[in-house]
Design a protein around this ligand. Structure first.
Ligand code: 3EB
Length: 349
């Protein structure tokens, strides 16, 4: 198969295949994220490959999502961020430990402080390099539903993230990137991101209150993300759908019913697709032409989730299933997807 013409291509492959990429293939890698438990994965050269401690439910092997580009690319490092970029796209990642103790004059929790400094570092890099439009953030940190300093850790993360957006003069409503935030088994705060020079627009879901308008019962600061982002790259419309769960309006539905939560999440994805197709009428995004990543709280639910997805999509499609805690304690599953770029399942279905 020839893929060289694709501006962006997602390849899902077992980690053992990473080491066997040819030099040409390596040169075309923009970056990626690998999921394994326990931690400890081989990198490839100085490429930004994020290693997240999470249990893959798809097969026995750790799995990687690798983004390939078609431009001439260079790698760089700035502070904690490893990144790689071509003329149009930049992929980066970083892992930060939560400071053991915040300093005395710091009212921030350690996770909040780590999140704020991570996002400030990312925005500084993107400002300096000239890739201000972010397509996607992937956020992973342990004990996302755990509590410390009398606040759920996901809510602490939301404060740090929003403060960094504000510090860099970025909007925290409307023009915000697509994202996800999931609980990993262990490790620090891990963030990967994909940014472009221009032309990224946010997509919202008419069935859901925008996350950046969630009421304060879900935390003192609303989460800063869009339901999806849409961009025209290399003449093609690309769509990045954020982590999507069983939320209608702003409330969780179907508590304790993983099949119904999966169907509701998929109805939300269908609504986002309709909205994206309205905004980009020639794109023709379809459920059976997306790549999915599915986070399941309880491993024993994976078959039920897979069954509902197959019904919705009308066949098997490239999907990665991972065990992860979702950012509300009552959510059992979260599904993200992307499309418009080339998709290749390299030995993982
Ligand atoms: C939700 O819809 C579920 O904080 O970046 C989904 C996607 C969720 C992204 C984030 C959170 C985030 O609120 C949780």
């Amino acid at each position: 198969m020839k893929h060289a013409e694709a501006m962006l291509r997602l390849e899902v492959l077992p980690v053992s295949r990473l080491a066997r990429l040819t030099d040409d293939e390596r040169a075309g890698v923009l970056g990626g994220v690998c999921f394994s438990h326990p931690a400890g994965l081989p990198g490839i050269g100085d490429h930004p490959i994020l290693s997240v401690e999470m249990v893959p439910l798809t097969g026995s092997e750790p799995v990687c999502e690798i983004w390939h580009g078609n431009e001439a690319m260079q790698s760089g490092q700035q502070g904690p961020i490893r990144y790689r970029y071509g003329d149009k796209l930049l992929f980066g990642c970083l892992s930060l430990d939560e400071p053991a103790a915040a300093t005395c004059d710091d009212a921030r929790t350690p996770l909040q402080a780590a999140t704020e400094s991570a996002y400030r570092a990312i925005f500084s890099l993107l400002d300096a390099r000239g890739y201000p439009d972010i397509l996607r953030f992937w956020n992973y940190f342990p004990a996302i539903n755990g509590e410390s300093h009398r606040m759920e850790r996901y809510r602490q993360f939301n404060i740090g993230r929003q403060d960094a957006f504000l510090a860099h003069g970025r909007s925290v409503v409307d023009r915000v990137p697509a994202a996800c935030a999931l609980g990993s088994v262990a490790g620090g705060l891990h963030i990967a991101f994909l940014a472009a020079r221009a032309g990224v627009v946010g997509v919202e879901n008419p069935r859901q209150v925008s996350a950046y308008h969630y009421p304060s019962q879900y935390g003192p600061r609303s989460p800063t993300f869009a339901r999806a982002s849409l961009a025209k790259l290399g003449g093609r419309d690309m769509l990045f759908i954020s982590g999507t769960a069983s939320i209608v309006g702003y409330q969780t539905l179907h508590e304790g019913d993983v099949a119904a939560q999966t169907r509701e999440s998929l109805s939300n994805i269908a609504a986002i697709l309709a909205e994206a197709n309205r905004l980009a009428p020639r794109a023709g995004f379809r459920p059976d032409a997306l790549a999915y990543k599915v986070y399941v709280r309880h491993p024993e639910h994976v078959d039920t989730v897979r069954h509902e997805m197959t019904r919705f999509i009308g066949g098997a499609v490239p999907s990665v299933f991972l065990q992860a805690d979702v950012c509300r304690a009552d959510l059992l599953v979260e599904i993200e997807a992307s499309g418009g770029h080339a998709i290749q399942a390299g030995g993982v279905a």
